[in-house]
Design a protein around this ligand. Structure first.
Ligand code: MTE
Length: 315
């Protein structure tokens, strides 16, 4: 096996999201985890899915890019780290606890859920807060289907999500290299969570979700910036309090609760008016920029969720 070398990424490619985190720690972590290096081209098990209700008529981003250009800080800060350093992560056996303000709290085995809910392929436009985008064919089922099983109480207003904490398999979580507070957490309003576009994905491109994309189950909310798509979920809690998300906790001036894609509201450090489509115009080139669409092109479906709200204040 070839020796692992930390990727040489031009400074223009360094994630603005993490620019203020201690990058050197992760390069050291990458070196230590070299023993766990895996081939990133391995395909997952095929899934049985049917075409879903939503698809965008745009070229899908090559699978190679979708699975090697990732943000998953539990495995490192560089875009290539999750594919290189997630080989030791074990997505089975896996359960998700759904609790809080519900009539029937329960813990579900992932394979039981996959057997119970028909999997749909949804081709979604995805827009990262860092101003790049992809088009990804996800395989999954609506979050609403899972929420229905636990019967949310009338008092529940929000849904909080939590990622697994497993430092022995996630080098970015180990005490020595820790940067964010773990677990990674996210939240949605209950009506956003129940919206038919909101998906729990267990696969992409018709195959089991690769570790670096959030195996075995992750959230996909296509009208919000990518950081809302919490990966490797182990707990979902219904609550009457607005839950904080990891980036809001870390840097509240820059990241809000809603995180709706909005070309008119700039991030404090960069414009959100345009985006670079990954896989177009060369992997590391600036490529042609395209305009970013309100609600990432899903305004017709979701704008009514926010009628009367000031989306500059509620960013
Ligand atoms: N979930 C966890 N647990 N940890 C993370 O670091 N990164 C988020 C989100 N979910 C992240 C996470 C960010 S910033 C983005 S852009 C998307 O995952 C990226 O998903 P992808 O790698 O499948 O494109």
């Amino acid at each position: 096996m070839a020796a692992y070398r930390p990727p040489h990424i031009p400074s223009s490619e360094i994630t603005p999201l993490s620019a203020w985190l201690n990058r050197r720690q992760f390069i050291a972590a990458a070196g230590l985890a070299a023993g766990g290096l895996i081939a990133t081209k391995a395909l997952g098990a095929p899934l049985t899915t049917k075409p879903g209700a939503y698809k965008v008529d745009e070229k899908t981003t090559p699978r190679e890019d979708v699975t090697t250009y990732n943000n998953f800080y539990e495995f490192g800060l560089d875009k290539g780290d999750p594919a290189k350093l997630s080989g030791d992560f074990k997505p089975r056996p896996w359960t998700i606890k759904v609790d809080g303000m519900v009539a029937k709290p329960a813990t579900f085995d992932i394979d039981t859920l996959i057997a119970e809910f028909p999997l749909e392929e949804r081709i979604y436009r995805m827009r990262c807060v860092e101003a790049w985008s992809m088009v990804i064919p996800w395989d999954g089922f609506p979050l609403a289907a899972l929420l229905d099983k636990v019967e949310p109480l009338g008092s529940a207003k929000y849904v909080a999500f939590e990622t697994i904490v497993r430092p022995s398999e996630m080098p970015g979580q180990s005490g020595l290299f820790q940067s964010l507070n773990w677990p990674y957490v996210e939240g949605l309003r209950l009506d956003e969570a129940r919206h038919p576009l909101t998906l729990l994905a267990v696969g992409l491109y018709g195959e089991t979700l690769p570790n670096q994309n959030g195996a075995p189950i992750r959230l996909v909310v296509p009208w919000k910036y990518g950081f809302k798509g919490i990966k490797s979920i182990v707990r979902i809690t219904l609550t009457d309090q607005q839950p904080k998300n990891t980036w809001q906790i870390t840097n509240p001036g820059e990241y809000g609760f809603y995180a709706n894609v909005n070309p008119e509201v700039d991030h404090p450090r960069w414009s959100q008016a345009t985006e670079r489509r990954i896989g177009e115009g060369g992997f590391f080139s600036a490529g042609a920029r395209r305009p970013t669409l309100p609600f990432n092109g899903y305004a017709e479906d979701v704008a009514s969720l926010y009628s009367g709200m000031d989306l500059r204040a509620n960013f």
